[in-house]
Ligand binder design. Structure first.
Ligand code: CA
Length: 381
């Protein structure tokens, strides 16, 4: 139902938005609506806007959103589901970002071998084959939480989309690569983490002193004042609170949160504001000027059922985008603990006055995000 509205109303909005009032009159004449019909239509129209949340219209590339700056060095830690690929391509395409390494979390959605292969394809596609890529351990630091096997298979298969064949991976582990990059850098490195936090926790456990040379860690994960997404995934886990990335390896999350490195969390509280919609899909379809934009479009095409389900959000892309421009979100400080014990709150990022202080995005500006995302995907470096 919402998809139907989304298609019709958002497409109709495309006709109406740029036009002067006479466009409306033309439409009325054409369809010879009576006043009562128009009133009913108006109610449906407004209801549909609310239902579909299609508040941002026709996002188009807007280069004025980008002020060129010295590129910021970043390590991207990912678990290579569809949305991870979007975030990776966003960072790889962004003129203000210098991706130093990409590490795959072996506890995440894709398994190590296909996950790394897909990253290598993306770095090739975006002209960055020199970026080192590797994977980490395939079990959480503690516990046995895993993503559903069906989801993992889909990620391993890149959802049926052909990813270019890239080069060869780094021969060292993800944790070692993180340590090497951070210790070898002549300025503080930022980490953007959009999967389970296993690799980063392992690096911090192995070499705690790297924390002083990590500027900050942007993390897609957790749910603070909204419901989590584990319990409502339809996979039979009774847990209303946890978000998947943190749920998979809560011990790792606690290590990262308590490392002393400033944490900027992008939880479901903020990502709920950036659903992936048919309207966005169509807008991107009108702006396919680079291999990156084309690949994201193909990936959305392969996942339109998920788009139409209303459950697909720009989780990882929003996190990457916030790293480049915090003005697209609003933030609050929270004191949180991550629940490590098994049970109905396992993996919860729980507000607790005895917890660790983090900064969390609580809202996102969807219109600005969508424009920025389309702009960067179409950026020619
Ligand atoms: Ca992810």
């Amino acid at each position: 139902m919402p998809n139907h509205y989304d298609t019709i109303i958002c497409a109709g909005q495309k006709d109406l938005t740029p036009g002067p009032p006479h466009n409306l009159e033309k439409r009325h004449d054409r369809y010879s609506f009576k006043a009562t019909n128009m009133a009913a239509l108006a109610i449906v129209f407004i209801a549909a806007l609310v239902l579909t949340g299609c508040g941002s219209r026709n996002p188009k590339p807007d280069p004025s959103l980008i002020q060129i700056q010295t590129p910021k060095p970043v390590i991207f830690d990912t678990d290579m589901a569809h949305e991870d690929m979007f975030a990776a391509l966003f960072l790889l395409s962004h003129p203000n970002v210098d991706v130093k390494a990409i590490t795959v979390s072996g506890t995440g959605e894709a398994h190590c071998a296909p996950g790394v292969a897909h990253v290598l394809g993306l770095v090739k596609l975006s002209g960055h084959e020199d970026i080192p890529v590797t994977c980490g351990r395939e079990a959480p630091l503690m516990g046995n939480h895993v993503f559903p096997a069906e989801w993992r298979q889909a990620a391993d298969d890149a959802y049926g989309v052909e990813i270019p064949v890239g080069g060869t991976p780094s021969t060292i582990s993800a944790a070692d690569l993180i340590v090497d990059i951070v210790q070898g850098a002549n300025e503080k490195i930022t980490i953007v983490a959009v999967g389970p936090l296993t690799n980063i926790a392992e690096a911090l456990q192995k070499t705690p002193e790297i924390s002083t040379n990590i500027k900050e860690i942007y993390i897609m994960g957790g749910a603070l004042e909204v419901e989590g997404n584990v319990g409502n995934s339809g996979v039979g886990i009774q847990n209303k609170y946890a978000e998947w990335n943190i749920y998979i390896d809560p011990v790792a999350a606690n290590i990262v949160f308590n490392s002393g490195v400033p944490i900027i969390l992008v939880p479901l509280d903020a990502t709920k504001d950036v659903p992936v919609t048919r309207n966005f899909y169509k807008a991107l379809g009108n702006n396919l000027n680079t291999p990156a934009a084309n690949l994201v479009y193909e990936m959305l095409t392969a996942n339109l059922d998920f788009v139409d389900s209303g459950g697909f959000q720009f989780w990882d892309s929003l996190t990457a985008a916030i790293f480049t421009d915090e003005s697209i979100a609003s933030f609050q400080d929270f004191s949180v603990v991550v629940v490590e014990d098994e049970g109905s709150e396992s993996g919860r990022t729980k507000p607790d006055s005895n917890g660790v202080n983090i900064k969390a995005a609580v809202n996102a500006n969807r219109d600005k995000f969508e424009k920025l995302f389309i702009t960067i995907l179409n950026w020619e470096k």
